[in-house]
Write a new protein. Structure first.
Length: 242
């Protein structure tokens, strides 16, 4: 008896159907995986901010309930350094012409409480070495108006804060400006309200919804410089912060 040979392999139509199914699954799953990865990075960023805020609080307990001075040089520094602008002082060399890793500013003062320079970086930050001309690195802003550099009156006492649970002291750097400048790594974000990781003066950390325009009607990135009575994410009157 002759035995009919059996057909093996896929037809072209069957192969195309399989490819189409795989493509559909990939289109569905890849964004899910991307969101999961970003969620994990966001969680790590929150953890970094928590550790940084704990370092600040430990410092405050040791130094008369005040925050550290931001204007601190690394050993051997030359030129002018405005370390109060950022908590990016791990290996900061603004107008400093060598390539040695050195802690500057507030990072230098709280690092003994942390002993881990990696927490100065947000995992979502694609450009931790931005501002190449100064070798400035780091991912978070410190609200320097609370320390001795922010006022001729000296640093704020923790006990003087009126709304510590509403006052951000550390935030993701670059949230406030949707531009393409090197120090703003959230370049291209839409205007309006965005989500950021933030640490507050009472020690808690959370995702905050922050408007790019403050209640005063000016961009948020202009509010903090050298003013302790202006602040981030204030629900009503920014002047009545402390």
């Amino acid at each position: 008896m002759s035995q009919r040979s059996k057909r093996s392999g896929f037809t072209l139509i069957e192969l195309l159907v399989v490819i189409a199914i795989i493509a559909i699954l990939a289109a569905i799953l890849f964004p899910v995986f991307a969101r999961a990865r970003e969620k994990a990075r966001q969680s790590s960023c929150s953890s970094n901010l928590k550790q940084l805020s704990l370092g600040l609080m430990q410092y405050a307990q040791d130094y008369d309930e005040t925050f550290p001075d931001s204007y601190v040089y690394a050993p051997g520094a030359r030129g002018v350094y405005y370390g109060a602008w950022h908590i990016t002082e791990y290996a900061v060399r603004v107008w400093f012409d060598d390539n040695q890793n050195a802690l500057w500013g507030i990072a230098r003062t709280i690092n003994p409480y942390l002993k881990n320079t990696q927490i100065f970086y947000c995992p979502s930050d694609p450009l931790p070495g931005r501002w190449i001309s100064g070798r400035q690195r780091g991912s978070y802003y410190w609200r320097h108006g609370l320390d001795a550099y922010g006022s001729i009156e000296g640093p704020c006492k923790l006990a003087t804060f009126r709304q510590p649970a509403e006052m951000m002291i550390l935030v993701e750097e670059g949230w406030h400006w949707g531009g393409d400048t090197p120090w703003c790594w959230h370049a291209g974000v839409s205007k309006g309200v965005i989500d950021i990781n933030a640490a507050y003066a009472d020690g808690h950390v959370k995702i905050a919804k922050v408007p790019e325009i403050t209640p005063l009607g000016v961009p948020s990135y202009d509010i903090n410089w050298f003013y302790r009575n202006h602040g981030w994410h204030l629900p009503s009157n920014p002047i009545d912060t402390l």
